[in-house]
Design a protein around this ligand. Sequence first.
Ligand SMILES: N[C@@H](CCC(=O)N[C@@H](CS)C(=O)NCC(=O)O)C(=O)O
Length: 205
Amino acid sequence: MSENFVLRSTPTSPFGRKVRIAIDALGLNNRITVTPADPLDENDTLRQQNPLGKMPCLVTQDGSTIYDSGIIIEFLQDVAGTDRLLWLRGPERYRMLTQARLADGIMDASILVVYETRFRPDLPHSPRWLEHQRGKIRRGLAAFEAAPPNPAKTDVVSIGLSCALGYLDWRKQIDWRSTYPALVDWLKKFSEHEPAFERTRAKDT
Ligand SMILES: N[C@@H](CCC(=O)N[C@@H](CS)C(=O)NCC(=O)O)C(=O)O
């Protein structure tokens, strides 16, 4: 009998969306139950499942856990018996992993911009810190703008980039659409190619 899993993630988590797109694209929807997590709640079991208290976190049937999003996706493609999302070996694998980490880094910086106001609501916010993070977002997007991935291919790079752009559309850390026309075109084409992108969009985002 095939194993089922629990994914700890909220519908709005951009890193969680990466994994949800991969689940959908790999045809694993019927084997995974998504259970919301609250990283701010010290009583949430998320902190036992991932000592870092971050989502997404995948819980296997024997209770062991797998994180972070990149490792979960690699594990799930193994479960699905394919190398469609990430090549298993060769120089192309490391090019893909580097590009995927660049998309993750854009998302990390985007999250830190949001956390600056969420975690310090009453303090004056640091313009220097916010600009430092926005610089990472802009340089990361500029690199993708210069050489966008193939929009007709679902893999770890296109999944990560689409989630980063989706998160920027929702939280508006920068106005990326006016500056990166090739990425605007890329996201439109990717969302037409991969229906899981729209299917995993959280309500009101
Ligand atoms: N590198 C991690 C990043 C995960 C991450 O930053 N998740 C955010 C939500 S999207 C989170 O759980 N933040 C809570 C915290 O940092 O305490 C991954 O790829 O899964």
